[in-house]
Design a binder for this molecule. Structure first.
Ligand code: OOB
Length: 565
C-alpha cells in the first residue's frame, strides 16, 4: 500500500496568495476544520440531538464518539490520513457518522450517489485513487456487496470494503474499532476535506476538491442567510451526498449551528410529512418537481406541517408560474437556491420582495463572489443582458482534481470558473437562469452528460449514431431523449434502455425516450458541432410535438425513476 501511496497524486485546491490574504482578512476563512468544529459542538451541545434517522438518534456527544470509533477503526485497518474513500449511502443513519469519522481520521470522503453503479464507481475510484469503499449491505433492494466485489475486481487498489449491515466477507462497519491515540491532529484548514462529484456536462463526472476553509465558509454564511440557528431542525429529503442538502446550508450547516438534522429515507411526502410533524422541522431543500408535489399534498394532508418556516427550492430552474403556485399554497417562506458543487451558491433572501423571490434565482452568498456575465467571445454583456456566467470567489474552486483537459476548458486564465449557465443579472445582483450553454440534461436536479450517454449508445452494435438531447418536460423540467440512427436492424427502444442500464450506470441516466430517425436532418452533418446538432434535433422534436404529432410518448411517474418503457 505504501508504494501505491508514493505514486498517488496529491489533492490540492490553491488560491493565489493575494486571494488567500483577502479571504482571511475579510473573515471568510477562519482556519476552522471539519473535525475541529464537530469536536467543539460535541462539547457545547453535548446532550442536544444532532441527528435523527430511522430509529437512530444521536446527540452531538454521541455523534463525535461514533466518528472517533469509525475513524480509529479505519486507521486500524491500515488506512492512512490522506487516503480517499468512496462513500455510498442513501439517507440512512450511518451516512453522517461515517463522513464525520472520515473527517476525524483525516481520510478523504468521495461522495457518490446511491444511484451510481459500477461504471461510475470504477471511474471515481480510479480518478480519486481510492483505497476503500464504505456502503450499506443493501439499499432499495440493490445489493451493494455485489457491487463492491465487481469494483474490487476492476480496481484492486480499493483494498478495503466496509459494510453497514451484514458484511459477508467484508469488514463490518459496526465492528470497527481502533486506538483513539492513533487519530491524527486536525488537518490544515487549507487542505482538501473531501471530493464532490460534478454534474458533468462533457463526458464523465469530474472530481471537485473542496477545502475545510472554503466549504465551512459557504455553509456558515448560508446559515445566516437561511436563518439556521441552534433551534432549527433541517430535513434532508434529497440524497444527502448532494451538495445542496449537504451545504446550502444543509446538514453540515445545521451541524455547524448546533441544530438538529433529520434524514428522510426518501423525498416523498409519505416519508417526509410524518417526520416534519414529529421533529418539528423548520427548513427543507427540494428540487422544483418535488416542491410542487409537496405543495399539492400539503393541502390535503392531515399532518401538522406548521413548524416549517422555509422551503428552499433549487438544483433546477423554478419557473415564475410554478414559484407563484408554491407561494400561494405554502404556509411558509419560499427561498430559491441556485448553486453548483464547484462553489457559487445564490439565494433569494428571506426578506426579499415577492417579485424577486418569484422571478430570480437569488444572489451570491459573498460580497467577494466576483460574477461576470460575458458573450461568446468573453466580453462583458451590457448590464441586464443574458450571457455566460463566470465566477471566482472564496468558495469556488480554481480547478478539478487531475483533469487538465477539463481545467483548460472550465477555467479562465485569471481563475474564473465557467459555470456553463446562461444568466441575466437584475438590479441588486440577482441572477435569473436562462438556460445552459453546454449539453447536459437537468433531469429534476440530476445532471446527465449528453456525451456520456451517447458514447454508451454508440457502443451498441445496432446503433450507427446517437444524439442525446434534453426535452422540456412539464414535470421533470427536462427529460432525456435519445435520437438514434440504427444500422440495418433497428433495435427496440426498451432494448437500448436496458443496454444503457446494463452498462453499469445510474438509473437516472437511462434515456426517458428513444426516437429512431433515418438521418439527423442537417445537410452538412460533418460540419455542424454536436451541440448544434442536438439543438436542431430538440427544436424539430418540440415543434413536431406542438403540431400534435407526439412521437413515442412515454409517461414517467417518479422523479427518481430513471426509465420508463
Ligand atoms: C446544484 O449543484 P450541481 O452541481 O448538481 O448542479 C449545478 C447546476 C448549475 O450549474 C445549474 O445549471 C443548475 O445545476 N442549477 C440550477 C439551479 N440550481 C442549480 N438551474 C436553475 N435554477 C436553479 N435554482 O444543483 C446545487 C448546489 C448547491 C445548491 C443548490 C443546487
Amino acid at each position: 500500500m505504501s508504494q501505491h501511496h508514493a505514486a498517488r497524486l496529491p489533492l490540492r485546491q490553491v488560491w493565489p496568495d493575494e486571494f488567500v490574504e483577502r479571504y482571511r482578512a475579510a473573515g471568510y476563512w477562519r482556519g476552522e476544520t471539519m473535525p475541529g468544529f464537530l469536536r467543539e459542538r460535541a462539547r457545547e451541545c453535548a446532550d442536544r440531538t444532532a441527528l435523527v434517522a430511522g430509529d437512530a438518534r444521536y446527540t452531538y456527544a454521541e455523534l463525535w464518539q461514533e466518528a472517533e470509533r469509525i475513524g480509529a477503526g479505519l486507521l486500524a485497518l491500515g488506512l492512512t490520513p490522506g487516503d480517499r474513500v468512496l462513500v455510498q449511502f442513501g439517507n440512512v443513519a450511518e451516512f453522517i457518522p461515517v463522513v464525520c469519522g472520515l473527517f476525524r481520521a483525516g481520510l478523504i470522503p468521495v461522495y457518490t450517489l446511491p444511484a451510481h453503479r459500477l461504471t461510475e464507481l470504477v471511474h471515481f475510484a480510479r480518478k480519486a485513487e481510492a483505497s476503500a469503499y464504505i456502503t450499506a449491505a443493501r439499499h432499495e433492494g440493490f445489493d451493494h456487496r455485489t457491487l463492491a466485489r465487481a469494483l474490487r475486481a476492476e480496481v484492486p487498489a480499493v483494498a478495503n470494503v466496509i459494510i453497514a449491515g451484514d458484511a459477508e466477507e467484508f469488514t463490518s462497519l459496526a465492528a470497527l474499532a481502533g486506538d483513539h491515540q492513533a487519530l491524527p491532529d486536525d488537518p490544515d484548514p487549507q487542505s482538501v476535506a473531501f471530493l464532490q462529484i460534478s454534474g458533468g456536462s462533457t463526458g464523465l463526472s469530474k472530481l471537485i476538491p473542496r477545502t475545510h476553509d472554503d466549504y465551512i465558509y459557504s455553509f456558515r454564511a448560508s446559515n445566516e442567510i437561511c436563518g439556521i440557528d441552534r433551534e432549527s431542525v433541517y430535513l434532508v429529503a434529497l440524497p444527502a451526498a448532494h451538495n445542496f442538502p449537504a451545504s446550502s446550508p444543509g446538514w453540515l450547516g445545521a451541524l455547524y449551528a448546533g441544530a438538529r438534522v433529520v434524514l428522510s429515507p426518501g423525498p416523498g411526502t409519505a416519508q417526509a410529512f410524518p417526520l416534519i410533524e414529529a421533529e418539528r422541522v423548520t427548513c427543507v431543500g427540494l428540487v422544483p418537481p418535488l416542491a410542487l408535489l409537496w405543495a399539492d399534498a400539503a393541502k390535503a394532508s392531515s399532518h401538522d406541517l406548521s413548524s416549517l418556516q422555509v422551503m428552499q427550492v433549487g438544483g433546477a430552474k423554478l419557473v415564475p408560474e410554478a414559484a407563484r403556485r408554491l407561494k400561494e399554497t405554502l404556509d411558509c417562506q419560499l427561498q430559491q437556491v441556485f448553486g453548483m458543487a464547484e462553489g457559487l451558491v445564490n439565494y433569494t433572501r428571506l426578506d426579499d420582495r415577492e417579485e424577486i423571490v418569484l422571478q430570480s434565482q437569488g444572489r451570491p452568498i459573498s460580497p467577494d463572489d466576483e460574477v461576470l456575465i460575458v458573450d461568446d467571445h468573453g466580453d462583458l454583456v451590457p448590464e441586464g443582458s443574458a450571457g455566460h456566467l463566470l465566477v471566482r470567489g472564496p468558495y469556488t474552486i480554481r480547478g478539478y482534481h487531475n483533469d487538465d483537459g477539463a481545467n483548460a476548458r472550465s477555467f479562465t486564465d485569471d481563475g474564473f470558473y465557467r459555470t456553463g449557465d446562461v444568466v441575466q443579472r437584475l438590479a441588486g445582483g440577482y441572477l435569473v437562469v436562462q438556460g445552459r450553454a453546454t449539453d447536459h440534461i437537468n433531469r429534476a436536479g440530476e445532471k446527465i452528460s449528453a456525451e456520456e450517454i451517447e458514447d454508451h449508445l454508440l457502443a451498441h452494435p445496432a446503433v450507427f449514431d446517437a444524439a442525446v438531447v434534453s426535452i422540456p418536460d412539464a414535470y421533470l423540467g427536462e427529460r432525456s431523449c435519445a435520437f438514434v440512427i440504427a444500422r440495418a436492424e433497428r433495435p427496440r427502444a426498451v432494448e437500448l434502455k436496458r443496454w444503457v442500464r446494463e452498462r453499469g450506470l445510474a438509473a437516472f441516466k437511462v434515456p426517458d425516450q428513444v426516437v429512431f430517425v433515418d438521418a439527423f436532418g442537417t445537410t452538412a452533418v460533418g460540419k455542424v458541432s454536436r451541440r448544434e446538432l442536438r439543438a436542431h434535433l430538440r427544436e424539430r422534436f418540440v415543434t413536431e410535438q406542438q403540431g400534435g404529432e407526439r412521437n413515442d410518448p412515454e409517461p414517467h411517474d417518479a422523479v427518481k425513476q430513471g426509465e420508463s418503457s
